[in-house]
Design a protein around this ligand. Structure first.
Ligand SMILES: [Fe+2]
Ligand SMILES: [Fe+2]
Length: 232
């Protein structure tokens, strides 16, 4: 017998794609909004990144940040599967946990596109990525962040969401500030390497504004999840 699925759970489409006017407005809003009050844990991750890659933004620094940006979503996905298993006898609850897993996976995918786009910009501008600062260091920070994320999520899920919101707020400000400080990027066309999957923008400046706005969306999602950190 063939069964037709009529109500497949929708896959989140990810952060909205903005028009040029909306991107410019989003950038102004970010630059007019003070950064969040970063916790000690967040500063423990930002500091080594600033020391290794400099305080100023750069494609190599952003690529590094994107490697570690996926980590909390991976940690939440993994814990989510354990919880689905634990709540297997309560199908409504298990389904709500699974919905959170689907969201975490969509955010991971979005961060993965950011990483691919940044790596592409690094290659196109011919910047070198050496072994220690661009392979070993991101791995070490990601390792630390992963374990902090799942541990926090088990103990105090609201803290885990808060830490991610701080990370996303930092990324949002870094991208929007970088674009403001590099007006020449308005004249560099978006290479469109991942246009089919991510969209194509007028310039690299707009492409980075879109990424910055995605980070804001991730931040707002985490702040929203903080209000109901445990799925009931
Ligand atoms: Fe990102
Ligand atoms: Fe993000």
């Amino acid at each position: 017998m063939t069964v037709t699925v009529e109500q497949r759970p929708p896959t989140p489409s990810g952060p909205p794609k903005l028009s040029r006017e909306e991107l410019l407005r989003a950038q102004r809003e970010t630059l007019d909004t003070p950064r969040m009050d970063y916790s000690l844990l967040a500063r423990l991750m930002f500091k080594p990144v600033d020391l290794m890659y400099g305080k100023e933004g750069s494609y190599t620094k952003f690529a590094m940040l994107e490697i570690i940006a996926r980590v909390p979503y991976q940690a939440w996905e993994r814990i989510g599967y354990l919880l689905v298993h634990r709540h297997a006898g309560r199908s409504a609850l298990a389904r709500r946990v699974f919905e959170r897993i689907v969201e975490a996976r969509a955010d991971q995918d979005n961060e993965q596109w950011h990483l691919l786009i940044l790596q592409d910009l690094v290659q196109r501008t011919g910047q070198r990525q050496s072994w220690l600062p661009h392979k070993v260091a991101p791995w070490l920070i990601a390792f630390f962040y992963y374990h902090v994320s799942w541990l926090l999520f088990l103990l105090r899920p609201d803290w885990s969401y808060r830490l991610n919101a701080e990370f996303e707020d930092h990324a949002e400000h870094e991208y929007m500030t970088f674009v403001a400080e590099h007006p020449e990027l308005e004249l560099v066309p978006d290479p469109g390497t991942y246009a089919a999957e991510y969209g194509r923008y007028r310039s690299v400046a707009d492409l980075l504004r879109q990424i910055g706005h995605d980070e804001r969306t991730h931040k707002l999602d985490s702040l929203e999840s903080m209000r109901e950190p445990r799925v009931r």
